[in-house]
Design a protein around this ligand. Structure first.
Ligand SMILES: [Zn+2]
Length: 348
């Protein structure tokens, strides 16, 4: 995903993201996880899916925190349900593109969305990656509105090719949030269309992130929406990624569209989440919003990529992005802020 540890030194993002001490810590960590080129890795482990969700040891630290406020306090967004969606995804095991596990997840996503009454388009597409030819699938929920404008939400649902990497936070958390948002929103009818994108192939297939080897799904969708003429109708693209950590904090991403950051972070502050949607800035350097930003679509990324303090398990080669890192409260707060942002946009 996006910011690659070994490339920190050449990214303009680094001085903004980290103090020099913290940067040194990250670079040390980067060394620890190994910044050598790696041709592939964990895809063969996808078949080991069912072993991953084996019962954890019964200590509180080894379990996700089901600490969500009630749905009545978060605009109808049910953090407990979002957590269950994360647990379900992890139960499939590592979910890299084209793997049997991601095919199981695709079937599950479509079945869930259908059960909520959502209408959606499915785009199966083929790509050549550095690790071979892959079939990928984007799923795009379309909730109609009265006017042509579109509020686009998005997450990726593939996981990074790393041994035993089950991606509870990356990207189980944001996918769980988007499923719960779909459950809330598919029965509603607003002024504008609300579309919810589930992207395949966000992660680079190699260890190192590059423009050519990343965001396959969102590149495909942005190109398709440009061809169909829908792209200019998108008023805002609200992206979530790594939103479920027990220590979640979301900094203001400087590559995101400032007006959207102001809107979301302002809403979060009004809801009492100023300690989660914090005022510090960061620079993510690449995510599923990149193909949309390149095409001038106003976009914002809600993401916790503070590897030093919050998400040391991010792309960790020992497969530590596991359920014990997840908090239903973080999922609920994220979902609440998304719902209120959509409500605000629908009123204008
Ligand atoms: Zn990632």
């Amino acid at each position: 995903m996006r910011m690659y540890l070994c490339s920190l030194r050449r990214r303009k993002a680094a001085p903004v993201l980290f103090s020099s001490i913290a940067l040194a810590a990250v670079l040390a960590f980067a060394g620890a996880v190994g910044c050598k080129s790696q041709t592939s890795g964990g895809e063969s482990s996808a078949g080991a899916a069912s072993t991953v969700a084996a019962a954890p040891a019964a200590s509180a630290d080894s379990l996700p925190a089901d600490d969500a406020p009630p749905a009545s306090a978060t605009g109808g967004f049910d953090g407990h349900r979002a957590l269950q969606q994360v647990i379900k995804q992890v139960s499939f095991g590592p979910r890299p593109p084209s793997s049997p596990a991601i095919q199981q997840l695709q079937a599950y996503l479509k079945s869930e969305l259908t059960s909520y009454g959502c209408k959606f388009d499915v785009d199966d597409f083929q790509v050549d990656t550095p690790v071979g030819h892959k079939t990928m699938e984007n799923i795009l929920v379309k909730i109609p509105g009265d006017k042509p404008g579109i509020i686009l939400l998005g997450t990726h649902y593939d996981t990074k090719i790393l041994p035993d990497f089950v991606g509870a936070d990356d990207a189980g958390s944001s996918t769980g949030v988007m499923l719960e948002l779909a459950r809330n929103l598919c029965s509603q009818h607003g002024r504008y269309n609300v579309w919810i994108a589930f992207f395949d192939g966000e992660e680079a297939t190699r260890v190192q992130w590059s423009d050519d080897d990343s965001v396959y799904g969102s590149r495909e969708m942005a190109a398709r929406l440009a061809n169909s003429g829908d792209l200019p109708k998108i008023k805002a693209f609200l992206l979530a990624d790594l939103v479920g950590g027990k220590k979640a904090h979301f900094k203001r991403d400087e590559e995101s569209t400032k007006a959207l950051v102001d809107l979301m972070w302002g809403i979060a502050a009004k809801l009492g989440y100023g300690n989660i949607f914090v005022q510090e800035t960061t620079s993510i350097g690449g995510d599923d919003y990149t193909p949309f930003l390149k095409r001038k679509v106003p976009s914002v990324d809600v993401i916790d990529l503070d590897i030093v303090n919050d998400v040391p398990y991010w792309h960790n080669q020992n497969g530590t992005d596991t359920l014990d890192k997840i908090s239903a409260k973080s999922l609920a707060i994220t979902g609440h802020v998304f719902l209120e942002t959509i409500k605000e946009m629908q009123s204008k």
